[in-house]
Design a binder for this molecule. Sequence first.
Ligand SMILES: [Cu+2]
Length: 157
Amino acid sequence: MIRRLAVLACLFTLAACAPEDQIDRLQPLGYLTSAPQRVAQADWSRPDTVTVTLSNYAFTPDHLVFHRDHPTRLILRNVGDTTHTFVSPGFFKTIAVKQVVTPAGVENGSWVESVAVPKGQTKELWFIPAEYGSWGYECTVPFHAAMGMTGVVDVAP
Ligand SMILES: [Cu+2]
């Protein structure tokens, strides 16, 4: 009984200690388990760089093409007057994340569920696409997707 309580206490402590905005937590089910190796083996000196502007209520551009196995730097620039997010659950499960660069510093970690960009800020998602495919992305702030904040990302050769 004491042992079971100790295990439960551990689990609660872990959950309580994981800040919501950090990406280096335990990897959730369905995400790329080879991400750390892929990131470590890649040459990050000249990543493919794509900039997306987030505004009220659109992504510009709203169609992105990345290349499989290419180190990639996605710059998300919020010029709107509220927080916007960049979220694509299907796509995020197929990429190896190196880091998220924020005005406050670099967050290292091998996966990401959502990138939230406060108004006036720019964040960068550094990653390697690992699978071919096409996925939708959207802003998950309530009603923003319905007002037009959606897009499509393709991973090509
Ligand atoms: Cu939004």
